[in-house]
Design a protein around this ligand. Structure first.
Ligand SMILES: CC(C)(COP(=O)(O)OP(=O)(O)OC[C@H]1O[C@@H](n2cnc3c(N)ncnc32)[C@H](O)[C@@H]1OP(=O)(O)O)[C@@H](O)C(=O)NCCC(=O)NCCS
Length: 354
């Protein structure tokens, strides 16, 4: 009799635990999806042919190796926050929301307006979205991917309903326009509103990685606490970006496939299930090699580096906005995002469009 009571008691407690877990799952783990996209690029265009006139480069090499024909360049009076808030406004409009509905603004940038405050706070002020908390993410070219993942955690847990994630950069401001590696970058911003969903779709998996051993292969060394701005740092060009192109290529073509294969494994999907890949835009050769390794036909890899070059944090959301507005994404499509950037930082995520 006593044993029976104990068994019954244990059974009841076990049942209770299950139902509490179920309630918690229902209450705080929500599906997360993208409900709006936007982008903004400056008007000024620098073509490869123009760069030939100011730098030791040639347009054929740029197009064949990097896939770039031209890039947009911000004016002196146009800052990262200007591109960012306009992209954000377009995303909020496309989501059918108002600025007051935004609970959190995340800006992914490596060319902030100022060292302090965050560009996100400046964007919040320009958007007049004063109900939102705002902060920046520094993961360079992977920044938007990192931002989407952070936003997803807040939305899934029920802390925030609508998160505006913006990727924005103005690399033209940190380029030495006398050096040939000036050809890689352009200015631009893109954004997405991330929200909850009742349907069984949205973000299925996301993996982020960092490896600080890569910290010197792409860096902007001057102006921080290591090399505070001085006449010497200016003379030495430390305020310009420095890049080891070969290390970027060698690393990118290893870590992108690694991250992509991991999210495929996480979701139980195969590469054949992927409808579209919306990757960061480092160079056409990195993307071609990555697609070859993972077994994805290159027609499924979206690119726009021919028009904008590498806009760093802006690449994925600008491309997402273009593809979305062009009606290329259908409900239920499996979309693969992937990026690699300075740090190193890299990752991938899979979204079932809803
Ligand atoms: C940039 C990249 C194409 C160069 O390939 P590489 O063979 O390692 O390059 P090298 O620097 O040794 O240059 C090889 C030749 O290419 C040509 N070349 C390199 N950069 C050039 C440029 N900007 N313009 C014109 N020609 C260029 C030159 O002929 C050079 O020979 P030289 O050094 O004798 O003049 C390759 O490293 C790459 O794609 N890296 C990825 C970089 C990237 O994506 N960065 C952005 C994200 S952070």
């Amino acid at each position: 009799m006593i044993i029976l009571k104990l068994l019954l008691k244990d059974f009841t407690i076990h049942e209770l635990n299950i139902s509490i877990k179920k309630i918690k799952m229902k209450q705080i783990v929500r599906n997360v999806k993208i409900i709006g996209t936007g982008s903004f690029v400056p008007d000024t265009i620098y073509t490869n042919e123009y760069l030939e006139t100011i730098l030791p480069t040639n347009s054929k090499w740029i197009f064949e190796n990097l896939g770039i024909k031209e890039r947009r360049i911000a004016t002196e009076q146009e800052f990262t926050s200007d591109l960012a808030w306009k992209a954000g406004r377009n995303a909020i409009e496309s989501a059918g929301l108002s600025k007051d509905d935004i609970d959190l603004i995340i800006v992914a940038t490596s060319t902030p307006d100022r060292l302090a405050p965050s560009t996100a706070c400046i964007v919040q002020e320009k958007l007049k979205a004063f109900n939102a908390v705002a902060f920046d993410i520094a993961a360079v070219c992977s920044g938007f991917l990192f931002g989407m993942s952070v936003a997803s955690q807040y939305v899934a847990s029920g802390v925030y309903d609508n998160v505006l994630v913006i990727g924005a950069d103005t690399f033209s401001k940190i380029i030495d326009w006398k050096r040939r590696d000036a050809v890689f970058f352009g200015d631009g911003a893109g954004a997405a509103v991330i929200s909850h969903s009742n349907v069984n779709a949205g973000f299925l998996a996301s993996r982020l990685y960092s490896d600080g051993r890569g910290k010197d292969h792409f860096t902007i060394p001057g102006g921080g606490s290591e090399f505070p701005a001085s006449y010497q740092t200016i003379d030495e060009g430390k305020h310009f970006f420095q890049m080891n192109g070969k290390a970027v290529y060698d690393t990118g073509t290893v870590v992108l496939p690694k991250a992509i294969n991991q999210v495929l494994e996480d979701t139980g999907l195969s590469i054949d299930d992927v409808h579209l890949m919306i990757p960061h835009q480092p160079s056409i050769k990195i993307l071609q090699r990555t697609a070859e390794i993972i077994g994805l036909p290159f027609e499924k890899v979206m690119t726009n580096m021919d028009k904008y070059a590498n806009t760093s944090g802006g690449t994925i959301p600008i491309l997402l906005d273009e593809v979305n507005r062009a009606g290329k994404i259908k409900e239920g499509d499996i979309i693969l995002f992937a990026a690699v950037g300075s740090g190193w930082t890299y990752g991938a995520s899979i979204l079932k469009w809803a």
